[in-house]
Write a protein that binds this ligand. Sequence first.
Ligand SMILES: [Zn+2]
Length: 228
Amino acid sequence: MDKVYTSHNLIHFAMNEMKREVANYEMIEETLIDNYGKEEAGIAISILSLIVYFDFLIFGDNKVGKKIVKKGYFFASYGSKHDEYVINMSHIKKLLRTRDFGYFLNICKEGLFKEIKQSIEDVIISTAAHEVRHRIQYKKKIKGFLKNTNTRDETINWLIKYRKIIADQEKRDFLKERRTRQYVKARTSNNEFDANLIENYFLIAMLEGMNIEKMRKVLLLEPIRLFN
Ligand SMILES: [Zn+2]
């Protein structure tokens, strides 16, 4: 039987793997703690550890770049240009200041969703799933989910519908907040919608009981269309 992971032991597992793999792990951790504080450093390392683990589950190697930087545009990102994942400390600091970890949708029954307040562990896991999905979009040329995608799976169809409502509201908010055009474009692209859907679906799958095979399946999920 495949081991079932809770959020807590999934994060721990990934961090231990990282500790084993990275030769100067202690030094990196110490530097991060000195510069940013213990909680901030822990979050950055756990996101990066999970990214590396998810990425390994999909690609089976350790070739991708990974960076933790002081400042930047996004909380976390994957850049195809340098083929690297980047974590931003300034955004982690901001997140901990407000402690507003956002919401994800959970399915109650057909067509009925419940907003669930995210814990910091949910943020760590969904961020990692989201960024690895971006690399999958780029490297594996999968068919992603669009706002109007219709699949054979009614639950996914409902999730798409609800995520569309959220995405449309977010776009209005970004414009109201007078975000730069580059920002709005990046946050409202088709790839972003797809990655947001996957991160939400990943958290739902965590509630239902997650094992390694299922992680791989969710990260690689593609719509099967009813027609064409
Ligand atoms: Zn994204």
